[in-house]
Design a protein around this ligand. Structure first.
Ligand code: ADP
Length: 168
C-alpha cells in the first residue's frame, strides 16, 4: 500500500511520518526533489520545481508498504491520500521557527486557510482523509494517521474549515 502524507508545510508531515512505523517505509519526497528529481529552481518562490513524471516512475517501482511524506506527495501514484491540517494560527507558530520571510509565511498560511492541498487531493479522485492536527500532540496525530490508513469514516474530508480565521 502506498500512502501520501501531504499538507501545507508545518502541518507535521515529517514529524508524524517518523512516528508511524507499523511496517511502513518512509520516503521523504523533498529529499528526492533535492536529490535530482527536480526541473530546476523557481526563483520567484525560491524553491525547487518537482519533476513529477520522474518521481512517479520512482514511486511506481517501490514495493511494499510505503508512506510518501511531502507537500507534493498527493500528486504521485499512491493508493490513499492523508491531508494533514493545522489552523492558520497554529501554523504561524510552528513555522515561525523556520526563519522564513514574512511573504513566504503568508503564502503558506493563506494556502492552508484556502484548503489548497485538500482541493488538489480531492481532484485526484483517490481515497482522501483529512486530519486536523491543531489540538493534537504528534503521537495523537500519529494514531489518527494509522486509523485513516486502516480505513475510517472519522477523517472524511470536509470537516475542517479555517476560512473564518483571521490569518493575515
Ligand atoms: N500534532 C502535531 N503533529 C505534528 N507536529 C506537531 C504537532 N503539534 C506541533 N507540532 C510541531 O510542528 C512542527 C511540524 O514540523 P514538520 O513535521 O517538519 O512539518 P512538515 O513536515 O509538515 O513541514 C514540528 O516542530 C512539530 O513538533
Amino acid at each position: 500500500m502506498k500512502v501520501a502524507l501531504t499538507g501545507t508545510p508545518g502541518t507535521g508531515k515529517s514529524t508524524i511520518a517518523e512516528l508511524v512505523d507499523a511496517g511502513f517505509k518512509v520516503v521523504h519526497v523533498n529529499d528526492l526533489i533535492k536529490d535530482g528529481y527536480n526541473l530546476g529552481r523557481d526563483e520567484e518562490r525560491s524553491c525547487l520545481i518537482a519533476d513529477l513524471p520522474k518521481l512517479s516512475r520512482y514511486v511506481k517501482a517501490l514495493k511494499g508498504d510505503v508512506i510518501l511524506e511531502g507537500h507534493t506527495a498527493h500528486l504521485l501514484p499512491v493508493d490513499t491520500i492523508i491531508v494533514l491540517r493545522a489552523s492558520p494560527t497554529a501554523l504561524r507558530e510552528r513555522l515561525a521557527k523556520r526563519g522564513w520571510s514574512e511573504a513566504k509565511l503568508k503564502e503558506n498560511i493563506e494556502a492552508e486557510a484556502l484548503d489548497v492541498i485538500l482541493v488538489e487531493a480531492m481532484e485526484t479522485n483517490k481515497k482522501v482523509y483529512e486530519i486536523d492536527t491543531t489540538y493534537m500532540t504528534p503521537m495523537q496525530a500519529r494514531d489518527a494517521v494509522l486509523e485513516a490508513i486502516r480505513g475510517t469514516d472519522r477523517y472524511r474530508p470536509g470537516s475542517v474549515d479555517f476560512s473564518e480565521e483571521a490569518f493575515l
